[in-house]
Design a protein around this ligand. Structure first.
Ligand code: SF4
Length: 420
């Protein structure tokens, strides 16, 4: 791990804004979570708007059997004329009768369910009692009232923690949804270092939900898991301070934190990681020419902004103009912040009009932002990268470092082609 990623020093100053925000809601997380936990179903208890959001974000074909759906709250429910709990029980019964493959059902709260104060926790308890042991029913909120879109995953994983059995076994847990291919790569790297057992949260099957206890230490694979980390700490687990596994440097730092904890020698660590590091450096190096000295501006959206900014700055030589993030968790980012340039403008939260003014004035080469801001910025001639793509694409680990860089090259190339 490079010195800068280990060092804890004074982090750059942060501009805090609390104005109008332009972010997606936590329902969006269902798009990648339903692919990850293969026997789970996500039932949004919401409006037609919620159904439309999920349907269009996930792009499901009508012939497939999706593992998410929406129980629509309509005008009669909102007016208090119908018993919503009865209707919900009926919908869930119908769903589970038709789909015996479902082993874990999430009732996902939304703005409308929160407005009518529907108690989904009690509903989940009631339905769990009825359908256990075949189906476990849990709940979490994906409402857009106070969230940004990656908080949906945080809420979902936090809801799983109380369900985890207790263990006294010493283990490493990787926390945060990763593409299966990335998970397999990390597992074989830990194997090569002799670190084990290694478990993953979320699991691919609900029956593989890992156990947790005082001898569990965990690595966060994603920077937006504040509530999950808190819930794991309350179960006695301990977070390993590490950068996030983006790019060659970040991945090495992340693996090194586990190696240190499990007493892996420097020699063994170098042996296990040398080939991956070489491949990552080579793949990133091939993109550097296109990105070096390009000026990038991050709007707050995915909460991946700070680790990504570190990667783009340190491994690709990009210039950081402003790095905005919805929430800045100092403790979870303690190995990331000191690796940013001292002069960088960090911002937390948003006042969208003010931020748009700053962005237009700085004239960045590329802006990383949510879908809602991309079109108006493109219309102004500013190249954009949708931050949500960074959640849908595997970008963690050595083998994906080049793909992560490529995601930023593509819009710049497209803009060049359009200009010719
Ligand atoms: S949860 Fe709220 S913000 Fe999200 S789609 Fe439904 S109504 Fe819209």
């Amino acid at each position: 791990m490079s010195e800068a990623l280990q060092r804890i020093s004074v982090a750059p100053p942060v501009l805090r804004e609390r104005g109008q925000r332009e972010v997606f809601c936590g329902l969006t997380g269902i798009v990648w979570l339903h692919r990850k936990i293969q026997d789970a179903f996500f039932l949004v208890v919401g409006s037609r708007t919620c159904a439309h959001l999920i349907q269009s974000a996930a792009g499901v074909m009508i012939f497939s059997e999706p593992r998410f759906g929406t129980a629509i709250i309509d005008e009669r429910d909102l007016a208090g004329l119908a018993d919503v709990n009865e209707e919900l029980d009926r919908e869930v019964t119908r769903l589970l009768d038709r789909r015996p493959d479902i082993k874990l059902l999430f009732l996902v709260g939304s703005c409308p369910s929160e407005v009518i104060k529907l108690d989904l926790h009690r509903a989940a308890e009631r339905l769990s009692q009825r359908f256990m042991p075949n189906v476990r029913v849990l709940n979490y909120s994906g409402s857009g009232i106070e969230t940004t879109f990656t908080q949906g995953e945080d809420a979902c994983l936090a809801a799983l923690v109380p369900e985890m059995a207790h263990t006294t076994e010493r283990q490493l847990m990787v926390v945060g949804a990763l593409a299966d291919v990335v998970e397999d790569q990390f597992r074989s790297l830990f194997d090569a270092m002799g670190i084990g057992p290694v478990t993953f949260l979320p699991p691919r099957q609900s029956a593989e939900l890992p156990a947790v206890g005082e001898e569990t230490c965990y690595l966060l694979a994603q920077p937006f898991l504040t509530d999950t980390a808190l819930a794991l700490n309350q179960r006695g687990a301990r977070r390993l301070a590490a950068p996030f596994p983006l790019g060659e440097e970040g991945t090495t730092g992340w693996l090194k934190a586990a190696a240190k904890e499990f007493g892996v020698s420097d020699e063994k660590f170098a042996q296990a990681t040398a080939a991956g590091r070489r491949r990552a450096r080579h793949a990133v190096g091939a993109q550097r020419e296109q990105l070096e000295n390009k000026r990038v501006f991050f709007f707050p959206d995915s909460q991946l902004e700070i680790p990504l900014a570190r990667f783009l700055y340190r491994e690709l030589g990009m210039e950081l103009l402003e790095v905005g993030t919805p929430y800045l968790h100092q403790e979870h980012l303690d190995c990331e912040l000191p690796a940013l340039p001292e002069a960088v403008q960090l911002s937390e939260g948003q006042d969208v009009e003010l931020q748009l003014d700053r962005c237009r004035e700085l004239k960045p080469d590329i802006v990383v932002c949510g879908l809602g801001l991309a079109n108006p910025l493109e219309a102004d001639g500013i190249t954009t990268k949708w931050s949500i793509e960074l959640l849908f694409t595997p970008i963690q680990g050595y083998e994906q470092a080049g793909d992560c860089a490529e995601l930023f090259c593509r819009p710049l190339r497209r803009r060049q082609v359009l200009r010719v």
